[in-house]
Design a protein around this ligand. Sequence first.
Ligand SMILES: *[C@@H]1O[C@H](CO)[C@@H](O)[C@H](O)[C@H]1NC(C)=O
Ligand SMILES: *[C@@H]1O[C@H](CO)[C@@H](O)[C@H](O)[C@H]1NC(C)=O
Ligand SMILES: *[C@@H]1O[C@H](CO)[C@@H](O)[C@H](O)[C@H]1NC(C)=O
Ligand SMILES: *[C@@H]1O[C@H](CO)[C@@H](O)[C@H](O)[C@H]1NC(C)=O
Ligand SMILES: *[C@@H]1O[C@H](CO)[C@@H](O)[C@H](O)[C@H]1NC(C)=O
Ligand SMILES: *[C@@H]1O[C@H](CO)[C@@H](O)[C@H](O)[C@H]1NC(C)=O
Length: 381
Amino acid sequence: MSRSSYVWVDACLLSILFLVIGVSCQDAAGSSEVIRGVNLGGWLVTEPWISPSLYSSGADDEWSLCNGLGKRSCSSVLQSHWESFFTRDDIVDIKAAGLNSLRIPVGYWAVDVTDFEPYVTGQYPYLIRAVNWARELGLTVLIDLHGAPGSQNGQDNSGLIGPVLFQTNTSNGDRSLNVLRNLTEEFSRDIYGGVVTGIELLNEPRLSSMGFTMGQLTSFYTAGSSVIRAASNTVNVTFHVGEWSLETGTAPNTTSSRQNRDNGQAKRTWMRLMFEAQLAAYSPNGPGQRSIGWYYWTWKTEYDIDTWSYRRGVEQGYIPSDVSNSSTLAFPRLANGCVDSNFNYTAPARPGRTSAATPARPCTVGAPITSILGVLAIFVL
Ligand SMILES: *[C@@H]1O[C@H](CO)[C@@H](O)[C@H](O)[C@H]1NC(C)=O
Ligand SMILES: *[C@@H]1O[C@H](CO)[C@@H](O)[C@H](O)[C@H]1NC(C)=O
Ligand SMILES: *[C@@H]1O[C@H](CO)[C@@H](O)[C@H](O)[C@H]1NC(C)=O
Ligand SMILES: *[C@@H]1O[C@H](CO)[C@@H](O)[C@H](O)[C@H]1NC(C)=O
Ligand SMILES: *[C@@H]1O[C@H](CO)[C@@H](O)[C@H](O)[C@H]1NC(C)=O
Ligand SMILES: *[C@@H]1O[C@H](CO)[C@@H](O)[C@H](O)[C@H]1NC(C)=O
């Protein structure tokens, strides 16, 4: 078991873009199964585009949602969401799809919230419940500090849209460190059986003149690593996880299932190539490679947006039914590890679960993988 495993993708840190680069890591010696993970996005940290019904009031982030409703009412609305948006059945389906790890985003307010902040607390028992389900079903868990005080990126996914204020007041860093300490102490307890294999310091901090300097980020990372390491000798300190999806830059309609009207063969064929090309890129392909696996964003959305909902991809057959079983892949791998994008594959005429590659049929997909990957790097939401 590796003592510490630092996940670090410099390209991401240096960019103000939201990057979707696979998990990179060193020091995975002596381990381990490749991580094939999925995010429980929009659950303990909500996002309007993932669960628009929660946001029918027009609030655009969790802060303003609760600010509008008041703590009591927000607490009851969010309790129902936490109770229902991810259930044990989802985790069973995740396992059945051949995935072996969950990344669970949490906001600092699950552990530490003040009276003058509108956020409500109460997520923690749900986090514990999900960790226990993962344990029962044989999945590992990465817990990720997705929202930090002051906001680390000014985006809805941090809980609060606006300026990046995290680094402007040391109390924000101190509070975050306390949350990291809490998560590490809690989930390294024996009762969880080591199922939480990593704690991620901070999701998508924004490096720019409007956000962190590299020095500020590095010093938070240094302090966070020490806090985690002091609380546990073994849990991995995770610096950065790139998320990926099938989104390519055309904003979908997130408030209805309209974006899914086209279930056509051509689209499903293309999505399958897009999925498998990224899968190949983000999976380790031999000794000495830095990747230890990946986390897809996200398992589902309220309307199962086709480019973001892993669940929908499996149902529609453009994501392999069992991603850990290479026999269920449609595209052959070339010697260099990439998929053969010229392979003559066409999705089945009807959408639906496919257990294996279907026989080759005429196909004109031939876009070079490099250009497909090139457009992946930007989230639009
Ligand atoms: C930093 O945050 C603390 C706690 O929220 C607050 O009391 C203090 O005034 C802030 N300091 C500055 C310089 O904004
Ligand atoms: C972490 O915080 C939660 C929520 O406040 C609390 O229930 C739990 O006991 C804390 N765990 C530790 C180890 O401090
Ligand atoms: C740290 O990550 C590696 C690589 O995924 C894994 O093999 C190891 O079990 C993890 N450490 C712990 C304590 O879970
Ligand atoms: C999304 O679809 C719904 C239902 O058809 C429609 O009312 C709404 O205006 C659409 N939103 C956008 C941004 O197109
Ligand atoms: C892998 O997938 C193939 C093709 O669907 C299937 O025949 C085989 O039983 C699967 N293997 C495992 C271990 O599930
Ligand atoms: C794809 O396979 C089909 C059926 O085997 C064949 O008729 C067609 O010519 C092939 N297309 C290409 C581009 O190789």
